[in-house]
Structure formats: C-alpha cells, structure tokens
Design a binder for this molecule. Structure first.
Ligand SMILES: C[S@@+](CC[C@H](N)C(=O)[O-])C[C@H]1O[C@@H](n2cnc3c(N)ncnc32)[C@H](O)[C@@H]1O
Length: 494
C-alpha cells in the first residue's frame, strides 16, 4: 500500500516488442508529468548543478514515458547535470539513515539494491515528512509509463524466462529478493524504525522498490547510485556517456554527472548510455532487452556459462576442494562467452582443473599442491583437453535445448485465449534475449568442436616438463656414458 496503483491501470496496445509492455495512456504520463515542475524545483534546491539546459518531459518514443529533453542547443562535451552524491540513494545514504542501525552486518542476497530499496520504502513511508517526498511521487508504478521488470511477471512468464537465458534470474534475482524481504521483515519485527514496521509494506511493494533501484541507478565509485533527475534519462543505442563521478565545483564535494556525447538541438531528447551490458543484464537491471544491433541479430551477443566442481562421480573431489580452499577460490564459476567465439583462458583453466583425473591425477598430489592451479593455464593432456571441449559442447547444447523448450512454452502461453499484449511483449523481449545468447553459444560450441579436432597438435604437460628438463631431444653422444644403457644421471629435479 505504500505504492499507489497507477490512476489508470496499465493499458496495453498492440505495439511491437517492449513498446507494448511500455504502452501507456497519455493520461498516465501526464500524471507523472504533473509532478515535474515541483521535481525540477526540488532538484535546484537540493544542489543539482549544471542542469540549466535540460528539463523532464514526455518523450516521443511510444511507451518510454518521461525522459530528459534539451531546453537549448547543447554541444558535445558539455555537462548535462551533476547530482551531489549526498543526494543520491546509495549504501552511504542507507548507513546514514535510521536504517543503518537495523541492518548491522546483513549481507543481502541481492546486494546493495535490496538495502537501497528498503530506504526508498522508508522514505515513502515517511510521506510528506520525507526530504524525498516529491522525488518519490515522480517514480513510475508497475506498468506505468512502460515500467516493467521480471519481478512483476507471472509465474508462467518467469518460467519461460528461466529457459531463455544461461543466467538463472530465478535464483539470482527473484529468489534473492524474496530472501532479502524475509530477512528485512524479521529485522523490522524485532523493532520498527520511526514507525516503519514489518507490516508497513508487502513483498510486491519491496519488489517495486527493488525494480526502481535496479532500473534507475548507475554503478559508480564502487556502488549503486540512484540519482534524482539523472534517473529520468532513457538509454540511446550507440551512446557512450555513462554517468560518472565528477567534482561539484570549488565548494562542493563529489557528484554523479553526465556529459553530452553529441550535439543536441533544443527540444530533442537527451539519451545516455547505461553501460555495456548483455541482454540478460539489461533485463535484470532495466527491465527491457534492447533490439539486436542492426543487420546482424547475433552481433554483440553475450551470455555466461556456469560450471561447478561437484562430488558426484569425481573421486578427486576432496583434493580439488582442498586446492581451491587454499587458494580462496570457489568451486563454481561463471564465465562470459561471446559471439566472436573467443574463449576466456580462465574458463579453460577452471575446466582443466574440473576434469583433472585419470593419468593426470598425480598433479593433485601434495607435492604439486601449490602449483597445480598454475599448471592448468596450459593444456595438461590430450584426454583432459578433450574432456574440457566436451564439457563446453555439452553446456552449449543444454542451453540451446532450453531455448527450444522456451519456444514451446511461449507458444503455449501466447496461444491462450485472452492473452494480454503485455505477455506478448514480454515474450518478444525473451525471444530477443535468446537470439542474442544463441549467437554466443553457437560460436562457443563451434570453437570447442574445432579445438577438439586439433587436440593432437597441442603441447601437453609431460612434453613441456621434458622440455624444461631438456630431455625431449634425441640423445647426444655425451649422454651414452656406460654400457648399462642408463642415461647420465645429473642433478635433474624429476
Ligand atoms: C532510468 S529510467 C528512464 C526514465 C523513464 N522513461 C521514466 O519514465 O521514468 C529507465 C526506464 O526507462 C525505460 N527505458 C529507458 N530506455 C529505454 C529503451 N532504450 N528501451 C526501452 N525502455 C527504455 C525502461 O522502462 C527503463 O526501466
């Protein structure tokens, strides 16, 4: 109940892609737009600088709600706005607020976004007494002005999402938010803060607040910063001007600023960069998946593969756990894979270690304990290298099979009678997501298949070791030393 429902329920049109999810009646936009004069005044009063050439207004692109608009011609390189860091919601503001006492050493499953979301709910709870009252009024409600996020999706839609990416947002986002909500609820139940009680907000309020924080903040100086005014900037394709930390002039500390990366005419929208992100990162953070880069749907594709050293079927598991524990490394890692097909050397290092066994298991013996991880930087043996390629091929095959399953689930969902345009838009976003990840998976799988065919051409551990010991060439005359047929012994370290 902290978050009022939109005055007009999210209306959906038959616009393509997220535009439909984003579809909104002009009345809704005006609803928020009505707060703009107060918001601009509030921004001025609270020390936002360099913003004399921008305002907030409805933007022309369907379903994008509000955005930043130039009130005068702007030249590339001009600062568009600087927001004092002490006006931003961040972990600093959480710690400085009364919430600081409650959170203690709590480490949220979702990270800082959960605690910043809690502060947003706290300020909303304070109502007109909050310094942020006007700002909070300017935030979109779920479904308003195109504001969508997987946290608002139905279970069936989230089910398709689970099969549409190699990243499991079910665990890392949806379950994480529920877990943090549970922790916060029990902390508040032990003692409220300035009237904020466990029952002051429910899970859907918390999900709204998390979605606001994720979709409107920027990562700068080691943390998320939700900066009023800058949070009205939409993302433009090809923009390079991600918000960054800068000075506020001789009297003021630091601020989050955006610089124009192009000339802009009066009346034109100012768009910015949200940073280089993969499709799933866009969806998790901002609730939309950008269209594929022009001309080639697969260019720019990226996804991540996760591998885990697990005890099942691995009799060297304990040794591996010991090595990783000593190095302070986890037993599971995620690696980015890209459509350019370049494979991360660290992924190969981890997989060589994961597949270490058979005749190579001697490398796990105590004498090599400090070196075994470094040895994995280079091919170990033909069998190990082939096993690594097979793990990569299997992971890609599994992900592609999930995508095929997602397509079947999508068909079931969109063929249901009365399916909403919002569901269709969400499914279209997932189709774009799969397309972008497919590029990376197909390229990585092709790389592993090629690598498999060349495994006989590589130099492996034993050969390298003999080289190091200068024992790999034919015997030289001075090595024939006696009639016993033995090599000359030396001080070689075997
Ligand atoms: C930082 S806010 C920008 C202001 C927002 N348009 C508003 O009305 O409050 C980010 C949100 O704007 C929308 N958005 C921004 N850029 C977009 C884009 N390129 N495509 C689709 N939606 C976009 C998404 O809803 C996103 O979560």
């Amino acid at each position: 109940f902290l978050v009022p429902a939109p005055t007009i329920a999210s209306a959906c049109s038959s616009q393509p892609a997220m535009a439909a999810a984003a579809s909104t009646s002009s009345t809704e936009t005006q609803d928020r737009a009505a707060v703009v004069p107060q918001l601009l005044e509030w921004c001025n009063k609270n020390g936002i600088k360099d913003a004399s050439k921008i305002t907030i207004g409805p933007v022309s692109q369907a379903g994008m709600g509000l955005g930043l608009v130039a009130t005068a011609p702007i030249k590339q390189g001009e600062t568009l706005a600087t927001v004092p860091l002490n006006l931003c919601f961040s972990m600093d503001s959480v710690r400085a607020s009364p919430l600081g006492k409650v959170i203690g050493e709590f480490e949220p499953a979702l990270g800082d976004a959960s605690l910043i979301a809690l502060q947003l709910l706290y300020e909303a709870h304070m109502g007109p007494k909050s310094k942020y009252a006007v700002y909070i009024k300017s935030l979109p409600r779920p479904g308003q002005d195109g504001f969508d996020h997987p946290l608002f999706w139905s279970t069936a839609e989230q089910g398709v999402l689970a099969k549409s990416s190699t990243r499991n947002l079910g665990e890392t986002l949806i379950d994480a938010v529920a877990e943090d909500y549970g922790w916060i609820q029990s902390a508040l139940a032990r003692g409220g803060i300035s009237g904020l009680q466990a029952d002051s907000f429910d899970l859907s309020d918390f999900e709204w607040a998390v979605a606001v924080v994720l979709s409107r903040s920027f990562f700068a100086e080691n943390g998320l910063r939700l900066a009023p005014l800058l949070d009205m900037a939409n993302r433009g394709e090809g923009c390079t001007n991600e918000p960054q930390i800068g000075g506020l002039g001789i009297f003021g500390g630091k601020g989050l600023k955006v610089i124009a990366d192009r000339d802009t005419d009066k009346g034109q929208e100012i768009v910015i960069s949200y940073g280089p992100k993969s499709g799933i990162e866009f969806l998790e953070d901002h609730g939309f998946v950008p269209p594929p880069l022009e001309g080639n749907a697969l260019v720019g594709g990226m996804c991540s593969l996760t591998f885990k050293i697990s005890p099942e079927g691995d009799r060297f598991y304990d040794d591996k756990e010991d090595v990783m524990g000593t190095l302070g490394l986890p037993m599971a890692f995620s690696f980015d894979v890209r459509s350019d097909g370049d494979v991360d050397p660290e992924m190969l290092q981890f997989l060589r270690f994961l597949k270490l066994g058979g005749k190579d298991a001697f490398l796990l013996e105590a004498v090599f304990r400090n070196e075994v991880w470094r040895f994995m930087e280079l091919p170990v043996s033909e069998a190990n290298e082939q096993a690594v390629d097979e793990v990569i091929i299997d992971a890609c095959t599994q992900a592609l099979a999930n995508f095929a399953e997602a397509e079947v689930l999508t068909d079931e969902l969109i063929q249901k009678e009365g399916v909403s345009p919002l569901t269709i838009a969400r499914m279209e976003a997932l189709a774009r997501l799969r397309e972008s990840e497919k590029g990376a998976l197909v390229a990585t799988q092709a790389w592993a298949n090629r690598d498999l065919m060349t495994s006989d051409l590589k130099v492996y551990y034993q050969e390298r070791r003999l080289e190091e010991l200068q024992l790999s060439g034919p015997l030289t005359d001075d090595e024939y030393v006696d009639g016993s047929g033995g090599r000359r012994t030396s001080n070689l370290d075997w």
